[in-house]
Structures are given as structure tokens and as C-alpha cells.
Design a protein around this ligand. Structure first.
Ligand code: SAH
Length: 372
């Protein structure tokens, strides 16, 4: 390569967005494509990738592992649920856990993951750790997909200020051929296939140099059975859990009940409001008012039949407004939250004021009448 040409690029190479963001975006895109439920990030450092992944709605279990507890602890609070997560619990369940330990050791808490990411991790491993790493990740954890990214040493000549390695803690940096030969051998050993790609494009005319960050995406070739996940691997825990957050979820009956009660009251209020405005509209006109009164009286006559007639319209009787639960249940959000009418009745029992037969939400409008 022409030395002057290289020198020229050293000055201008700057990735936009920054390379670490491109690596994280690569993982996010992969998650959105394959929709794994359980994702583990090995060498998670300041948890920034985990933080980004917690917004992927397919993920229900997120775990981070790092040999340095302090770097994880610095920003682990960003993985805690926010007030809004409690105010509007999500439909999915999400548990985020951080473990302190090494990828050179097996721990049962790392079993059962669909996707394992190792972003800029392997070049930090000592030779002895790198030797054990494939058995831990591909042999023991054996997820359906593994993503490994590492610097491409061939690109270093284009990076300003890089003498030997890009970071003082790197134990090695591989060329494309070195990474690919390690990855292909690992894939062969553990029955995976591997596809190579990367982020950080080389400048035009220098494509041979390859991506700045080289990435291998490994796909497990054999199907995983329930037995291969757990039973044959009884062992002691060696990692220390340093953080655990269980997000509020509608899958948890307690949050579902709160959400259903709020939605039922909200829906009933809307229906009541519409009914009352209609009544007011009628009351401006004596003729229409008498018509309305007549229809209301009819509804009152039907009050006694409510037990058998559950598909009734909302109605006013004296100081009470009745909004049938069947009407409320027909509202999409209530319907989606509860699934069945029986579940709706069960969740609101004793929590919302109902008519004596339990078929309608009841509001007392005495004070509203006074205000008018
Ligand atoms: N994955 C992060 C940063 C990687 S830096 C990102 O995408 O930005 C490498 C990380 O690996 C460091 O936090 C380091 O503490 C951790 N690490 C090094 N050796 C390790 C080991 N044997 N087991 C687990 N983590 C290790």
C-alpha cells in the first residue's frame, strides 16, 4: 500500500455514527431479525448494549457478564425500571441480571439463552481464557446464535495513533484470515455455521483492508432439546449476581389487575360522559327531553331484568348510571387486557362498584346533578 495514501487516511478516518454505536446497532438489528427471548452479553462492561437491548420488545431475559464488577456497577442503575414502567406495565415480562465472573468458567445461570453476544471481548482474553472460551460459549451455553466482534488488525494502519493495538488491554488483534480461521475451526468443533461481516467500512479504493470491526455470526446447526439445556449439566454456581431487576409486567396478575381496573373505570367514565351529554342535549328541548325521559324510564323498568339480559345499553336510573360490563368488555383495550369476559369479572370483583347482580359498573351521579 502506498505510504502517503495511508498517511492521508490516518487523518480523516472518523466513523459516523461512532464505531461502538455501529456494533451495538448491528446486534440490535440481529435481535429484531431473529427475535431471541433470552440474550446474554458477555464482557458487557458499562452495560450500554444491555441498556439498548432492554427496549427490544421480544427480549424477556437479559443477562450481562463481566470480569470487572466495578465497570458494570458504574451504570447498572440505568437497567432499573423507571416510574413509567410501573405506571404503564408492559405486556412482556423482562428480567435483567448482571453477573460478575469470567467467560472462562461455566455457570448454570448462563444456560438457556437464545443469543449470546461477545462484542470486543475476545481480544481482552489471556491465552488460557481464550482456550476455554469456545467450550464455555459454544459447548456449554450452546445458544442458537453467537455474535463475536473483534478488531481487524489490517485496518489499524488507517487509524490515527495506533501503534501496536487499539487498546492497552488487548492481548492480541487478529487479521481477517486469523479471525476467520479461529471462527471456522470453532464452528466446526461445536457444530455451528459462521457468517462473516463487520462494521466500519474501509475508504473507497481500500476495500481489501476489510471492516474496521470484524464480526462473526454463528448459528447452531443442531436443534436444542429441553434435556440438553438443563438436566445434563448440574453444577455449582461460580458467578456472583451483582444486579437483578424484574420489570413490572401485565403477565403478573397484580399489575394486570391494576391495569384492568383503571381501564374499566376509564372506559366506563367515557361511556357515562357520552350518555350524560346526550341527556343534557335532550334536556334543552322539552319535546326531546320527554322522549329521553321515556327511554330512561324504560331502561329503569328493565333494571330488574339485568340478571338475564347482559347485553343492555348503558342507562340512568335515579341517581345511578349503569354501564354494562358487556359494553365495557367490547372496548378493544379492555378486551385485549382481559382476554375473556370471565377474567374481566374476576379481576374487578370487589374493586369496582357494580350493580347488585354484578353485571354493570355503577356510578352515583347525585353530585353531578347538583352541580348542574
Ligand atoms: N462489550 C463492551 C466492551 C468490551 S471491553 C462493548 O460493546 O462496548 C471488554 C470487556 O470484557 C471489559 O469490560 C472487560 O472487563 C471484560 N472482560 C475481560 N476479560 C473477561 C473475562 N475473562 N470474562 C468476562 N469479561 C471479561
Amino acid at each position: 500500500m502506498d505510504k502517503n495514501f495511508k498517511e492521508e487516511f490516518r487523518q480523516i478516518i472518523k466513523f459516523e455514527p461512532p464505531l461502538y454505536k455501529q456494533r451495538h446497532q448491528f446486534v440490535k438489528d440481529l435481535v429484531e431479525k431473529y427475535k431471541p427471548k433470552k440474550v446474554a452479553d458477555l464482557g458487557c462492561a458499562d452495560c450500554s448494549l444491555l441498556w439498548m437491548l432492554k427496549f427490544c420488545s421480544c427480549i424477556e431475559v437479559l443477562a450481562g457478564l463481566d470480569i470487572c464488577a466495578n465497570v458494570m456497577k458504574e451504570k447498572m442503575h440505568t437497567l432499573s425500571p423507571l416510574p413509567v414502567d410501573y405506571l404503564q406495565p408492559s405486556e412482556r415480562s423482562l428480567t435483567v441480571t448482571l453477573h460478575h465472573g469470567s467467560v472462562a468458567h461455566k455457570d448454570p445461570c448462563m444456560l438457556g439463552f437464545d443469543l449470546v453476544t461477545c462484542i470486543e471481548l475476545i481480544e481482552h482474553l489471556e491465552e488460557s481464557e481464550l482456550k476455554k472460551f469456545p467450550e464455555v460459549v459454544f459447548g456449554f451455553m450452546a445458544p442458537s446464535i453467537v455474535v463475536i466482534s473483534t478488531p481487524n488488525s489490517e485496518f489499524n494502519c488507517l487509524l490515527p495513533g495506533v501503534m501496536l493495538y487499539r487498546h492497552p488491554d488487548h492481548k492480541f488483534e487478529w487479521s481477517q484470515a486469523e479471525f476467520q480461521s479461529w471462527a471456522l475451526e470453532t464452528a466446526r468443533c461445536y457444530d455451528y455455521s459462521v457468517e462473516f461481516t463487520g462494521v466500519g467500512h474501509p475508504p473507497t479504493g481500500m476495500e481489501k483492508v476489510g471492516f474496521c470491526t470484524q464480526i462473526g455470526v454463528f448459528f447452531r446447526k443442531y436443534p436444542q432439546t429441553a434435556e440438553s439445556v438443563q438436566s445434563e449439566k448440574p453444577m455449582e454456581a461460580v458467578y456472583k449476581t451483582v444486579f437483578k431487576a424484574v420489570y413490572p409486567s401485565l403477565k403478573d396478575e397484580k399489575y394486570l389487575q391494576n391495569a384492568v381496573i383503571s381501564e374499566v373505570i376509564f372506559t366506563a367514565q367515557i361511556i357515562k360522559h357520552r350518555l350524560m351529554s346526550k341527556r343534557e342535549e335532550y334536556s334543552d328541548d322539552p319535546e326531546r327531553k320527554s322522549k329521553f325521559q321515556l327511554s330512561m324510564d324504560c331502561f329503569s323498568d328493565y333494571l330488574g331484568k339485568l340478571v338475564v339480559e347482559k347485553t343492555m345499553e348503558p342507562f340512568v336510573s335515579g341517581n345511578e348510571v349503569y354501564i354494562p360490563l358487556t359494553t365495557i368488555f367490547s372496548f378493544p383495550k379492555v378486551n385485549r387486557l382481559c382476554g375473556t369476559f370471565e377474567k374481566l369479572c374476576k379481576l374487578i370483583a370487589g374493586k369496582v362498584t357494580l350493580s347488585s347482580d354484578g353485571s354493570a359498573v355503577m356510578f352515583n351521579i347525585e353530585h353531578e346533578n347538583e352541580d348542574n
